[in-house]
Structures are given as structure tokens and as C-alpha cells.
Design a protein around this ligand. Structure first.
Ligand code: MG
Length: 374
């Protein structure tokens, strides 16, 4: 077998001398012989195929160790390695594309515009929500310090506290901080996005209280759900609640951050003693000046047929659990359910502001074609 000089190999392979030297240094393609006196490199003609493969794999963007392995493997194994590499690139690209789509929508406030891009061509497997939101001042309060938001992807209830309008300010500020999330958030970013928004809201409350002493001591609960496909992110802090109705059963899916709940968990009081406990209004965690921002975060799977309820304590303090469950299981649609729940709380004396959001998860079988790209 006659070896080729590096000049011959360069001409035959179409690679530059610089590339050939680099491949040698990187252990991607070694000359088969080096003249000890002149340092001239010699290549086997059979290495031409390997040289071309190395050049192609580099253009593909494969990392060096993977190129080394693939360029030395038998063709079938090399093909499998390229397949595995490309599958990984496509998966990463999909994740990055979703994140970019979300960021563009988030930063430009064009969530609906991004929907049309994202849902183009999808005709099945997507879930949508049908929702209703109702709020009432109740029978004994002068003002409504609850705030709520319901959109296609975001549902949120906040129960403000602090008195003298400060509670209203706090709950509205936190809801405002969450609203930009009502867009296409990638499923993998749901909890990050919620956590980030809540921490941002907490900082905003602190800054507002520093700027206006009249607002010091204000705070708010927050319970919110954010959808992406069939994934559901839940953020919760305070004593507002989220319930899930699935297969005819009602589950409370949040845990109250209250003194009485802690005593109940520790077995120090019974469920019957909660309503009359002197510290029943003491909240241990909330978005409030002076309290650490420690929300609970959960990722959940949504199913068609699920019904969710988000509510402030004005509902469950005034209406008993069995009546709430009965309404949730029998109401024909979210609007009827929310209206009935409000009625229950008013009939129970309406001592506090009452807010209810009821949402039904439904299959979305038609593509979102009516949304214009802005
Ligand atoms: Mg309340």
C-alpha cells in the first residue's frame, strides 16, 4: 500500500492543511506515519473516507468525543450514533423553541398571537378550560379586598389583608404581577414562571410599603393555576384554597398556611374545634411585608372532565364542605357552580368577602385558527 503525503491527502480529501493539522491535534484523524527527520505526515488512502466523515460530523455540530467515536465506528454503528445525536438536538431545540415562543409572547404582551403559532396544525390532544369567576363583598364588610383573574391559561385568587384599602392594593398588585403569565408557557417552565412571578410580586409589595407607610403591614394570599397542554402548575400561599373534582369526588389540593391547620395536623385540635378556635384567623404564610415568601408549588396532570375551584376563605368559612361538594358535583357549568357557591356563602351569613373561580377542563378538538398573528 502506498501512503499519501499530506499534500496529496489535502487535494484528494478537499480538506485544508489547517483542518488536517487540527484533526491530528484533536485526535480525530491521525496520520499513519510521521517522518522523524522531516516531520512530514503520511496518510493511508483508506483514511479519505474517515476524513470526509469527520468533516461532515463537524458541520453537523457534533461534539468532538462523539465525532471521534462515530468516525471510527462501522457504518451501521456510526449511523446509530448520528441518529441518537440528532434526536437529542431536536429534543433540545423543541424545548428551546417553546421557551423562545413563551419569552417573545411574555415580553411583547402578545400571548394570543403566540397561540396561533403554537397551535397551528394541532387538532387533538390539547386541553382547554371553560371558567367563570364571581366575587362578592359579603354581608358584613365595607369593601372587597379579594382580587381575582381568570383567563385561558391562568386562574388566580388573592385575598388581601391589612385594612384601610391596603388589602385591596396588595391583592390587586399580586394579581397584576401574575397576569403576564396568561400566555403559552412551556410545560417545563410552569413552576419556574410561577415562582418567579410570585417572588417579583413579593418584592413589589415590599417596595410599595416602603414608599407609602399607610400600606405597611399589608399582605395577601395567593392561589393560582397555570395551564400548559395537559400540565398544570399550582402556586399557593396563605389560606385561599384550590379544589379538584375528579370522577365525582372532591379533593382539596392546597394546604392552608394557618395556625389552626398546623394544630389540626399536629393532632392538637379536632376539625370541629377549628371554627371556634381563637386563633382561627391567624395566617402563618402570606405575601406580606415582614413575612418570608415561601409559596407551595405543585405540578399536576389535568384531565378532560376535571373541574377546579379556587376560592377565598369567605366561601369555605361560611359554607359547609358537604354543600360546597354537592354544588361542585352537580352544577351544569362553571357559571352555575360559581353562582351557587356564592349563594351558599351569603346564606351562611357572608361574614367575609367571597371569591370563587370554577373551571372545567375540556378537550380542544379544533385548531385555534381564529387568532390573528399580531
Ligand atoms: Mg378572606
Amino acid at each position: 500500500m502506498e501512503l499519501m503525503s499530506s499534500g496529496e491527502f489535502v487535494r484528494a480529501s478537499g480538506l485544508s492543511r489547517k483542518a488536517l493539522r487540527l484533526y491530528d491535534e484533536l485526535d480525530l484523524l491521525r496520520p499513519v506515519a510521521v517522518d522523524p527527520a522531516s516531520q512530514y505526515r503520511f496518510y493511508d488512502p483508506a483514511q479519505l473516507e474517515q476524513a470526509r466523515l469527520v468533516a461532515w460530523l463537524r458541520r453537523l455540530g457534533m461534539p468532538l468525543p462523539a465525532i471521534r467515536e462515530a468516525s471510527r465506528a462501522a457504518p451501521a454503528m456510526a449511523a446509530a450514533l448520528v441518529t441518537a445525536y440528532w434526536d437529542q438536538v431536536e429534543a433540545e431545540t423543541t424545548t428551546r423553541r417553546e421557551l423562545a415562543t413563551f419569552l417573545i409572547g411574555y415580553l411583547s404582551g402578545k400571548g394570543a398571537a403566540m397561540d396561533s403559532m403554537d397551535n397551528a396544525g394541532k387538532t387533538e390532544g390539547t386541553l382547554a378550560i371553560r371558567y367563570a369567576v364571581k366575587t362578592d363583598v359579603g354581608l358584613q364588610r365595607d369593601a372587597n379586598e379579594d382580587s381575582a383573574y381568570a383567563g385561558e391559561r391562568l386562574l388566580a385568587v388573592a385575598d388581601g389583608m391589612g385594612g384601610h384599602a391596603a388589602g385591596e392594593v396588595a391583592s390587586a398588585a399580586v394579581i397584576d404581577a401574575l397576569k403576564p403569565l396568561d400566555t403559552q408557557v412551556p410545560a417545563g417552565e410552569l413552576l419556574n414562571a410561577l415562582d418567579h412571578a410570585v417572588r417579583q410580586a413579593s418584592r413589589t409589595l415590599t417596595e410599595m410599603a416602603q414608599a407609602d407607610p399607610g400600606l405597611s403591614g399589608m399582605g395577601t394570599t395567593l392561589t393560582a393555576l397555570l395551564w400548559s397542554g395537559s400540565q398544570l402548575g399550582l402556586v399557593h400561599i396563605g389560606d385561599s384554597r384550590a379544589y379538584l373534582v375528579r370522577d365525582g369526588k372532591v379533593f382539596q389540593i392546597t394546604h392552608d398556611h394557618t395556625m389552626v391547620q398546623t394544630l389540626l395536623d399536629d393532632g392538637k385540635i379536632t376539625a370541629e374545634e377549628v371554627a371556634s378556635h381563637p386563633q382561627r384567623n391567624l395566617i402563618l404564610r402570606a405575601l406580606a411585608t415582614g413575612l418570608r415568601c415561601e409559596p407551595d408549588l405543585q405540578l399536576r396532570e389535568a384531565r378532560p372532565g376535571d373541574r377546579y375551584l379556587l376560592c377565598s376563605d369567605g366561601l369555605y368559612d361560611a359554607a359547609d364542605a358537604a354543600s360546597i361538594a354537592s354544588v361542585l358535583c352537580t352544577a351544569a357549568d362553571p357559571d352555575e357552580a360559581a353562582t351557587e357557591l356564592l349563594r351558599l356563602a351569603i346564606e351562611g351569613g357572608g361574614p367575609d368577602n367571597i371569591t370563587c373561580i370554577v373551571a372545567d377542563v375540556v378537550p380542544q378538538l379544533t385548531p385555534v385558527s381564529g387568532l390573528a398573528r399580531a
